[in-house]
Design a protein around this ligand. Structure first.
Ligand SMILES: [Zn+2]
Length: 490
């Protein structure tokens, strides 16, 4: 009896102790959780969007400077340099500096119109330097795909002309041959194909700043708003909407515009073919001697669209917001008294806007083996609105439940999830690069914004952000990642 009651007392004591320690663990976690503040997060955003970084164009000296600022934050919080003692992982990243807004002038034969920035046109991020003036040829998607029996250049001579070209490819999401069109979805392909056909210059019927193009010797181009393209078409007696419909039907509605219609494009740029950029990598080593070999990656792209002349593209939502949320969570995870058992790797990705350079480079040169990488969560445009959306949450439910529980228990935002979204055409996000490399990946977004979304536009400024959702995004990251890091059942 004596032994039995002693045993009972011991068991009771043990369960009380473990209950107390469990209780204090969640207390400790909540304490850290509440230190995550929108004030600090918005300070990070203000820094990232400040003029000195000139819009964080990957490859530029200012990008390297903002990368150093982020690394200094990691250092301040005792987050370790993850790449053999360095916070940086470098890769080549050619870029062009757009030195002025240049000029685009359209003539319909009777009158000339000097187009306005940014309402009517944006300079080409990788345009060659100089002026081109010529007559116009419309070439639809600008694709030559003999194996698909498709040629936008058939029947039109573009030699010495300025072509008008559309982004995208003529398929729908459910097209069974979608994958065959993928090589033709890249802007670079379209540019090279245009030059191959002898085009002297180009109007891209897609008005966004886009460094994900290519600098080709002497090839000058600009982006035009589709309403201006519509006007040019109506001056030629064509209906742009009808043309759009026939494009979708794969009818290759290319045509030569009347001779009297001309465009002149002036671009002032300098090309830096040997430039380089980097990912910024910080590590919190896991506290468990075995589980620390496994890693959870938190990533988002640090680069933006840069500056054109004196006009900065601050990229506040895209993607200073995601980086600021990550920094908010990183500081908390580093300070957390409850340590992650698995390691946590932060990757602030370079070259996303130029063509997913940084994520591709990391996935080719990973710091942890793919099979030891438990998950990656990517944040791109996580800065306004009232709710969360997690792509991949339904595919990887055993990981997602930690984020869902965190939200349901402490954050109480509307949160929905989907299966992993397969690439529609070319891979368009860092998340898709990690997913394609065999890593379970989530994409976190915010939704239901009351602010307009100024995508790749100078108006993407800090005033379009919602501080409260950014604070909650950082808190969700802190709790969700800690949950996954410490889930020994995984
Ligand atoms: Zn982005």
């Amino acid at each position: 009896m004596k032994t039995k009651s002693a045993l009972f007392a011991f068991a009771l004591l043990f369960s009380v102790i473990s209950a107390v320690s469990q209780h204090s663990d969640s207390d400790k976690i909540l304490q850290t959780f509440h230190t995550i503040s929108s004030h600090e997060i918005l300070d990070y955003t203000a820094e990232l969007c400040s003029e000195k970084y000139k819009g964080r164009l990957s490859g530029s000296p200012e990008y390297l400077e903002v990368a150093r600022w982020c690394a200094a934050k990691f250092e301040e919080w005792e987050i370790q340099p993850a790449n053999n003692g360095s916070y940086f992982q470098y890769f080549t990243n050619e870029f062009s500096e757009v030195k002025s807004l240049g000029e685009v002038v359209y003539s319909n034969g009777n009158s000339k119109t000097i187009l306005q920035f940014p309402e009517d046109y944006l300079p080409g991020s990788n345009s060659a330097n100089g002026t081109v003036a010529a007559e116009l040829v419309y070439v639809g998607y600008g694709i030559t795909a003999p194996e698909l029996d498709y040629d936008d250049y058939a029947g039109v001579d573009v030699k010495g002309k300025i072509i008008i070209l559309e982004p995208g490819v003529p398929y729908t999401k459910n097209d069974p041959v979608l994958a065959k069109w993928t090589p033709y979805a890249y802007h670079r392909y379209k540019f090279r194909n245009a030059v191959k056909h002898g085009a002297a210059g180009m109007i891209y019927a897609s008005k966004i700043a886009n460094p994900n193009t290519v600098n080709l010797d002497g090839f000058i181009y600009a982006h035009l708003d589709t309403k201006v393209v519509g006007q040019i078409f109506s001056d030629a007696g064509k209906d742009y909407n009808e043309i759009q419909k026939s494009l979708k039907n794969k009818e290759t509605p290319s045509f030569v515009l009347p001779e009297k219609q001309t465009i002149s494009i002036t671009a002032e740029t300098e090309y830096f073919p040997e430039a380089r950029a980097c990912n910024v990598l910080g590590l919190i080593e896991g506290s468990d001697p075995v589980l620390k070999e496994e890693v959870i990656i938190i990533g988002g792209h640090l680069d933006g669209q840069g500056q054109m002349g004196d006009v900065i593209f601050p990229g506040a939502l895209d993607n200073a917001s995601g980086i600021s949320d990550i920094l908010g969570a990183a500081k908390a995870l580093a300070a957390s008294e409850v340590k992650p058992k698995r390691s946590v790797l932060f990757i602030l990705i370079g070259g996303e806007e130029c063509g997913l350079y940084g994520s591709k480079y990391y996935c080719k040169n990973p710091l942890f083996p793919v099979e030891k990488t438990k998950m990656m969560i990517n944040l791109d445009m996580v800065g306004n609105g009232t709710g969360f959306f997690v792509s991949g949450g339904k595919t990887h439910a055993n990981l997602f439940k930690h984020f869902e529980e965190a939200n349901n228990t402490y954050i109480h935002r509307a949160m929905s999830a989907s299966e992993v979204r397969k690439n529609y055409g070319r891979p368009r996000s860092d998340a898709s690069v990690f997913e394609d490399a065999g890593i379970k990946t989530f994409s976190l977004w915010t939704r239901e914004s009351v602010h307009p979304v100024y995508y790749h536009h100078p108006m993407d400024k800090t005033n379009v952000l919602t501080p409260e959702i950014m604070e909650d995004a950082a808190r969700l990251l802190y709790l969700g990642v800690l949950g996954v890091a410490n889930d020994i059942a995984l």
